[in-house]
Every structure is written in C-alpha cells, then in structure tokens.
Design a protein around this ligand. Structure first.
Ligand code: GSF
Length: 209
C-alpha cells in the first residue's frame, strides 16, 4: 500500500474534522491521509496548527506539495474531486447550490454549538453572558426546525455533502449537549439520524465517549 500523501490535522472530538473523515470513508480515500493529532482551543492554541493555518483551526489538510487547505468546506470540496466514484458535492446546477446551502446550515449549527461549548467550558463563570448563549442556541433550533420541516426528504435521498454535515452536527449535539433532547422536538430528524448513524463511516468516526 502506498504511504499517505496528505496529512490531516485531526482531533477525534472536532465535528468539522469528522466531516472530512466521513467523506474519506465514504469515498474510499482513508489510506491517502495521515492523521496528525492536535489539541487546541482559542485559549490554548496549537503552534503546529498555527504554522499551517493562521486562523489556528482544524481541520487543515497538508497536500503532498506542502500546500495547506482549510477550512472544512474547502477540504471536502478538494477531496471530493480526488476520487472516481459519484461526487458527494454536485458539480453544477441548482442541486449544487441547494446541497451546499444545506451543508452550510449544518455548519451554522456546528459554529453555534462550538461557540456555546467555548462559552460554557472555557470562559470563566463570572464572564459568561447568558443572552449571547441563548442567541447561539436559537440559531441551532431554527436550523434543526428547517431540516425537520423542509429538508428531511432531501437529506434522506442521498448521503452526500449535506447529509454528512447534518449527521455530524447531530452527532456533535449528542456529544456536547446530551441533555438537549433534540429527538423529541425533531422526530423525523431523529429517525433519519438513527439510520445514517449506523453507516460504517459514522460508526468509525464517533467522538470519544
Ligand atoms: C471551523 C473549524 C473550527 O471551528 C471549518 O473548518 O469549517 N469554519 C471552520 N474548528 C475548531 C475545532 S472544532 O470544534 O471542530 C477549532 O479549531 N477551534 C480552535 C479555535 O481557536 O477556534
């Protein structure tokens, strides 16, 4: 087997990294990427990551020629062009913009949930701002509502860029907001997630217990 030609800056708890890993599984490219484990947060950055991505965030993907791709959307787009199977991001037409917009809404859930995590875990209790946190949670709920009411059939029809994003977002809510009970409020999403979370790509990339 050839040695991996790319390096992914990785943490098993990062939902953005998980999207990349799921795509690698789904497209049969796992053996092309070596994982470099990093631990980081806005208050304890990783020098190794900063040197590759000035934003100090993962995922970042170093290619064989030494160039570095970020963020997760760019990496997914790149990796989807490196395999011979059906693309997970439609190449053109209305489907492309629709699926990318659904994926972007899933990322918005992740952005808000990660900010809530930082607020509740990193920020000293006397500096926390409840209204701000509620505003972030409201973004999550509006997005979930839209997936439940308007996009469930679209998610169910193809495990592509949009579905990967939503599945990783729901997985992250289970991981960081286990008390949130989202399944009760969004039962169709819950049924869909129960099914897709059985996929080998989702099973192999679960966040740490
Ligand atoms: C977000 C990546 C991100 O927030 C993307 O890749 O799509 N828009 C970017 N990564 C977090 C880790 S995580 O919770 O997935 C990160 O690297 N945080 C470090 C920091 O300094 O914000």
């Amino acid at each position: 087997m050839p040695s991996p030609s790319m390096t992914l800056f990785h943490s098993p708890s990062s939902p953005f990294v998980r999207k990349v890993m799921v795509l690698l599984h789904e497209t049969g490219q796992l053996d092309r990427v070596a994982l470099e484990q990093v631990q980081l947060s806005p208050t304890s950055p990783s020098e190794a990551v900063n040197a590759q991505n000035p934003a100090g965030k993962i995922p970042a993907l170093r290619l064989a020629d030494g160039s570095v791709l970020h963020d997760s959307r760019v990496i997914l787009d790149y990796l989807d062009q490196q395999h011979v199977g059906d693309p997970l991001i439609p190449l053109q037409g209305p489907a492309r913009w629709r699926r990318l917009s659904l994926a972007s809404l899933a990322d918005a859930i992740l952005d808000a949930a990660v900010l809530i995590r930082y607020e509740s875990f990193l920020r000293p209790p006397d500096k926390r701002w409840e209204l701000w946190q509620e505003g972030q949670q409201a973004k999550i709920e509006r997005a979930l509502q839209q997936f439940e009411n308007e996009a469930i059939a679209e998610l169910a029809c193809h495990f592509d860029i949009a579905a990967i994003g939503v599945a990783c977002a729901l997985g992250y809510l289970d991981f960081r907001q286990p008390e949130s009970n989202w399944r009760q409020r969004y039962p169709q999403l819950a049924d869909w997630y129960a099914e897709v979370s059985q996929r080998p790509s989702m099973q192999a990339t679960q966040p740490p217990a």
